[in-house]
Design a protein around this ligand. Structure first.
Ligand code: URA
Length: 213
């Protein structure tokens, strides 16, 4: 089963699963979908940052001096794959407000099917940062692979990919191209359909969060 793929961590926390079920429902409103995605993003962020480094620092509480843990080591960059990645970004920034943000805009050339970059902006010290790549739907994984290629070209070496839903095909494809990039997802669904949609999925995440068709 794809859920046991060694590169994937599925967040089977009851709150995540409950919120995801509401998001999957056809009748869920744009406002609720957006809000739930923000909430799930925080929970995914919590898991994706579980291995951040800590160091003990000297502080004084109102009662006495102590040593207490603070984050240290590499700073974070959230890399949003446009446009749906934006839906995960706010929840991530709620939890890590000091993180930097990169944006990767790609479209698929209808003739060659190659991913073509139309926008790329990232901090210039990517090699010194931990990069969390964001796209709610890991479907074919073609955009994720192209975005990670581009982020590596910009110097990134330490990356994780965070999504809401993954397909088994997407997990295989991304792990085949970038075995060094762990995947964190709320679920791995059954398959992709002929149009590249995740089944049973939740439809087009970008359309659902922005109210477009
Ligand atoms: N992108 C989406 O928004 N939904 C899918 O099911 C696949 C790709």
């Amino acid at each position: 089963m794809p859920t046991t793929h060694p590169n994937v961590t599925v967040i089977d926390h009851p709150l995540v699963q409950h919120k995801l079920t509401i998001m999957r429902r056809r009748e869920t409103s744009t406002a609720s979908f957006r809000q739930l995605l923000r909430e799930i993003a925080m929970l995914l962020c919590y898991e994706a940052t579980r291995d951040l480094e800590l160091e003990l620092v000297d502080i004084e509480t109102p009662i006495q001096a102590m040593q207490a843990p603070m984050l240290t080591g590499k700073k974070l960059v959230f890399a949003s794959i446009l446009r749906a990645g934006e839906g995960l970004l706010d929840g991530m920034l709620d939890l890590v407000p000091a993180a930097r943000v990169a944006h990767v805009g790609l479209y698929r050339d209808p003739n060659t099917l190659a991913a073509v970059e139309y926008y790329f902006k990232a901090p210039d010290d990517m090699g010194n940062r931990r990069v969390i790549v964001l796209d709610p739907m890991l479907a074919t994984a073609n955009s994720a692979i192209a975005a990670i290629d581009r982020l590596k070209e910009a110097g990134a070496t330490d990356m994780k990919f965070v999504c809401l839903l993954a397909s088994p095909e997407g997990v295989e494809n991304l792990s085949g191209h970038h075995p060094d990039v762990p995947i964190v997802s709320a679920a791995v669904d059954e398959c992709l359909n002929d149009h590249g949609y995740i089944v049973p999925g939740l439809g087009d995440a970008g359309d659902r969060m922005f109210g477009t068709k």
